[in-house]
Design a protein around this ligand. Structure first.
Ligand SMILES: [Mg+2]
Length: 212
């Protein structure tokens, strides 16, 4: 059987959501009101991110210096990546975060994996976001995680999904195996989606060792 793992980045590979720590530090408090609309599912991730990051006034260098000092990886992720390579399990990142900090952190941590995420442009202290991986028929998300899941399934893969938030719900509905924590675990309970609770990638690895 061909096996693939699709993983969220913020709050899943990282201990805390990097976009959130940037907004806490560099945006006025209005970003939290937008976050409430997002959590209530009044607006999608795409609109929430665009509006929140439009509030930000900072240069890319300053944001990256902050990310460098504060973003932390799940310490068991590198071992998980090596485990997937040994087992012949395809591992890819699908993220509703922003490419500038994802690429910075992945390079810093020595992680070279396929990534789908939103694109950032910096223009005179203003941040604009574009969506190279969106689904043209749905404007809720920037990066459509479900689209990648369907592509892999069409290639004959069985797919495990690992995530922690709202933008992980669509792929969690469809995945063959779901690992969830935090908000995603709550959403799975609400929607009666079967999932395996996890805290760190070592938990995921233990379970996947028996996934044949
Ligand atoms: Mg997340």
């Amino acid at each position: 059987m061909k096996r693939a793992v699709l993983s969220d980045f913020d709050g899943t590979i990282t201990r805390r959501d990097v976009a959130e720590i940037l907004l806490e530090e560099f945006a006025p408090r209005e970003w939290l009101e937008i976050e409430e609309l997002h959590r209530a599912r009044t607006i999608g991730t795409r609109e929430a991110m665009a509006r929140q990051f439009a509030l930000l006034r900072a240069r890319e260098e300053d944001l990256l210096a902050f990310v460098d000092a504060h973003a932390e990886m799940d310490g068991t992720f590198l071992e998980f990546r090596d485990f997937c390579a040994r087992e012949g399990i395809l591992l890819e990142i699908v993220s509703e975060g922003l490419d500038f900090y994802l690429r910075f952190l992945l390079r810093k941590w020595g992680v070279d994996l396929p990534v789908r995420t939103n694109q950032t442009a910096f223009d005179g202290g203003r941040v604009t976001i574009s969506y190279p991986w969106s689904d043209p028929t749905c404007n809720l998300c920037g990066t459509c995680k479900l689209l990648r899941l369907f592509q892999l399934r069409a290639q004959g893969y069985r797919i495990a999904y690992v995530g922690d938030g709202h933008s992980d719900l669509c792929p969690a509905i469809e995945a063959d195996l779901v690992f969830a924590k935090a908000e995603l675990a709550d959403l799975c309970r609400e929607e009666a989606i079967e999932f395996i609770p996890f805290e760190r990638f070592s938990d995921v690895q233990r379970r996947l060792a028996a996934w044949q």
